[in-house]
Design a protein around this ligand. Sequence first.
Ligand SMILES: [Zn+2]
Length: 285
Amino acid sequence: MPEGDTIFRTARALSRALTGKPIIGFRSTYPLLTRFNDDTPLAGQTVEQVESRGKWLLIHFSGGGTLATHMLMSGSWHIYRSGERWQQPRGNMRILLENSDYIAVGFRVPVAKMLRSQELARAARIPPPEIDVLSESFSAAEVLLRMMTCANEEVADVLLHQEVMAGVGNVFKSEVCFVTGVNPFCKVNSLENEKLMALIAAAQRLVAATVIEDSGDTIVTYRGRKRRTTHEADPGASLWVYGRAGEPCRRCGEGIRRRIQGPDARVTFWCALCQPMADGTEVEG
Ligand SMILES: [Zn+2]
């Protein structure tokens, strides 16, 4: 599943291609989208904003509608110049938006809906900007309140709850715990508020570091990129603990542990020496 930083990059690229320009063509294989377009044609409307909210990508139109898409495992957005050869078969196209310069194609996007503003505000599964680690409106205080409603859950699981804090995926979950020195299997209520705030700050810092402007004003289609939370030049050596089971900790040399965690059975990596349990117990890897 794409992490929040992937969606953020996609939103940034789409924003460059679409924002402020009138739509001249719209197509979709989804009946609900084409019906919306029949009632309220998108052609002639302007794209006002493109934003990511956690794993959702939102395209806001001047007519008041918002196209909300979620990529799940399979979906991606590409941007082409008109006449440029597509990198996926035509049959994978689900949504197409065209302006005078670009064609934005949503390939195999599994979840797509058009929402009017009241519907967007009520859409419980789309996180508000205050809890999106990459949003300018991000509020650590709001996230802290939401974390504290999960007092009896293990902290690494809570980092994945998109309704608590949006944008941290399974890779960053382990990395955020490591850089904060927090054991991923600690219950939220075993941690001081300052420690929870440190986790939130680390989540924001690490995810933001992966989306630092690196493409100037050019339009790029996101094609995957190594995530990086250390400062090593070698991209293969770019993460502190994720994917490094049995390898020495980059800080203390202890073997990195790996364990399946939580109701969704997601893999977690940690260093038992750098990230001790608050009560001194040991979690087996
Ligand atoms: Zn260590």
